[in-house]
Design a protein around this ligand. Structure first.
Ligand code: FE2
Length: 375
């Protein structure tokens, strides 16, 4: 049984249940009324604007029941019922401020020790088994990285992965892009260049939030893929050098791409992006597309570069990376707002052929939330 009391002349409702208690403001409750005049019963969309709420919103009376409360508003006598469970799930009367660099809720940082635990599933299982898809998407939400096996080894086979949760995001590189290199078999000294771990396309606004990379051939020596948790790297920088972390978080970097005719992509965003409460929101790191930095105050530029160099060294530290070699029919999915990816150098004879595409992270979260709501 809930006990309810009114405070501040009806502007605040205090609820007590057992040893717990929580407060709600009258204006908040009025805005979140679930009745048919406030929300469309069909699609749940709100039918009123903030301007429709009483400016001096107060509660005149409250009645409690076994599983909820009924509130009467003072201005117009409107009565609205609230379910106890719904109120508990939406409580906001608790400390909300995070330490800058804290992880978003429901995520977990990782380093090289994550190697043996990378989320992995067969495509056919994800297509046919709701529980398997739910687990795989939940792992993707938690770690920002997962693998899929048993894809069609053919052009566009990677689209089957995107179909699990959303839609391909087409760019000027097309619906998909080729990552194909023929290694010269008569020149064994040839070494394919490795690439530093990076997030893709930070010069787009918004950046692509998901990348899928699928392997069609990989017979070259080397050519391993690797991924680094950008959130873990940012947290390590914060712990080692809080001022450097703050510089990268509080000043915008610039990224650009002008590699083909008719394309001049530019963005102005920080390398470490924090939400207003301080939690990590996104990492942008790409040495090939960083543009002249012009948003850092003159006197802070040397320290900014020192922090940038330190973050780069952390990202390059083998203790941070998970390394693997994709075989034909295998793909990986990364949250491109968080997890950096790279290719190791390769040599010898053989071919390495991957195809990549972009998609949107909200599709992953939406599909997962819908599956979770189904139970
Ligand atoms: Fe890339």
């Amino acid at each position: 049984m809930v006990r309810a009391t009114l405070e501040d002349e009806g502007q605040v409702l205090r609820l007590r249940q057992g040893s717990g208690e929580m407060r709600f403001h009258a204006i908040w409750l009025r805005d979140n009324a679930q009745d048919a005049q406030t929300r469309d019963p069909g699609n749940g969309q709100r039918l009123v604007t903030v301007a429709d709420l009483p400016e001096d919103c107060r509660i005149a009376g409250v009645e409690t029941g076994d599983d909820g409360i009924e509130v009467t508003f003072a201005s117009d006598g409107k009565r609205v019922r609230f379910d106890s469970d719904w109120l508990c799930r939406h409580a906001y009367d608790h400390p909300q401020q995070a330490v800058p660099g804290d992880l978003p809720e429901g995520t977990e940082a990782w380093d090289s020790r994550f190697s043996g635990n990378v989320p992995l599933a067969d495509l056919s299982a994800l297509q046919s088994d709701r529980e398997a898809l739910k687990d795989w998407l939940a792992a993707l939400r938690r770690f920002g990285f997962a693998k899929v096996t048993q894809l069609r080894v053919e052009e566009g086979g990677l689209f089957d992965v995107v179909d699990l949760f959303g839609y391909v995001r087409e760019t000027n590189y097309g619906r998909l892009f080729e990552v194909r290199t023929e290694v010269n078999p008569v020149n064994l000294a040839y070494t394919g260049l490795g690439l530093q771990a990076h997030t893709d396309n930070p010069y787009r606004d918004p950046q692509p939030t998901v990348q899928v990379l699928a392997c069609l051939e990989n017979s070259a020596d080397g050519g391993e893929s690797m991924v680094v948790d950008g959130f873990a790297a940012a947290q390590r920088l914060r712990d080692e050098d809080p001022e450097g972390f703050a510089l990268l978080a509080n000043h915008c970097a610039r990224f650009s791409y002008r590699g083909s005719a008719g394309v001049a992509l530019e963005s102005r965003r920080p390398m470490i992006e924090l939400a207003p409460d301080g939690r990590l929101q996104a990492i942008r790191f790409n040495s090939r597309s960083i543009a002249p930095l012009v948003d850092v105050p003159f006197e802070k530029m040397p320290a900014y570069y020192a922090a940038y160099r330190r973050l780069s060294a952390i990202i390059d530290d083998p203790a941070m990376e998970v390394q693997f070699k994709l075989s034909p029919g295998e793909a990986f999915v990364v949250d491109n707002t968080r997890v950096l990816h790279a290719r190791k150098g390769y040599s010898g004879s053989g071919t390495r052929w991957l195809q990549g595409c972009y998609a949107d992270r909200d599709g992953i979260l939406s599909t997962l939330a819908a599956l979770e709501a189904q139970g």
